[in-house]
Ligand binder design. Structure first.
Ligand code: ADP
Ligand code: MG
Length: 144
């Protein structure tokens, strides 16, 4: 599935709809350059799950857990991860294989431990289409 957005709130809305429809145990991987909109998308997801507290990139903690919504929401930002073993220390398996919804910014850095069933969300710019243009590609594991 490909979605094109032309302003941040459209990317947020795309995330929002995913949050509204997300089911327990789903894992989403977010891939894209710095500043492309991964956090904007994730903020939409959180809102769609019914989370009202502010969601930012948990850059210094790697994982932020939000229990306030319809399902537990596990927000990872692995940009600064040094060694994938840090994910073990955080207890990522309890999140990925648990009853909540996981979102992993920069998941391409820990590709080896992403579950087979991961939904990959890639966000790209195309400056020829404008500064605020984003192309969002979402893979469904059942397509494989
Ligand atoms: P990342 O988490 O990928 O590093 P952020 O979500 O923190 O990126 O930041 C994305 C930036 O791009 C925000 O400042 C946002 O306002 C801006 N932006 C401009 N156009 C869009 C768009 N169509 N979708 C998402 N963000 C956009
Ligand atoms: Mg971010």
């Amino acid at each position: 599935m490909i979605i094109e957005t032309f302003q941040p709130k459209e990317t947020y809305q795309c995330g929002f709809e995913i949050g509204q429809n997300a089911r327990a145990g789903e894992v989403y991987a977010l891939v894209g350059d710095l500043g492309v909109g991964k956090t904007v998308f994730t903020q939409g997801v959180a809102a769609g799950l019914g989370i009202t507290e502010p969601v930012n990139s948990p850059t210094f903690t790697i994982l932020q857990v939000y229990d306030e919504g319809r399902l537990p929401f596990y927000h990872f930002d692995v940009y600064r991860i040094g060694d994938p073993e840090e994910m073990d220390e955080i207890g990522y398996e309890d999140c990925f294989y648990g009853e909540g919804v996981s979102f992993v910014e920069w998941a391409d850095l820990i590709r080896d431990i992403m579950p087979e069933e991961t939904r990959w969300v890639t966000i790209e710019k195309d400056l020829e289409k404008g500064f605020d243009y984003r192309k969002i590609t979402i893979t469904d594991p059942s397509d494989k």
